[in-house]
Design a protein. Sequence first.
Length: 94
Amino acid sequence: MVAVIGLLIGMLLGIVFDVDIPSNFSPYMSVAILACLDSVFGAVRANLSKNFKADIFISGFFGNPILAARLAFLGDKLGIPMYSSSNCFWRKNI
């Protein structure tokens, strides 16, 4: 129930406040969103196996996107395609 309320609040905030992300940040945002989804699906898996820990989920939900965006930025500066740099990071989850 808390997750549904959080989802509704997030959707309402997204509708009320029009956030415009510059197009040059879109590749980094896509990798960061992928990292957030990885944390969410990991939390669902942990909840199904009855070993969910909220502190681990929260640190992963906010820490993984920062790390993923930095990794994508580094890959972009080194000339490595975006999907390759994110692929190396989440290879353990596949």
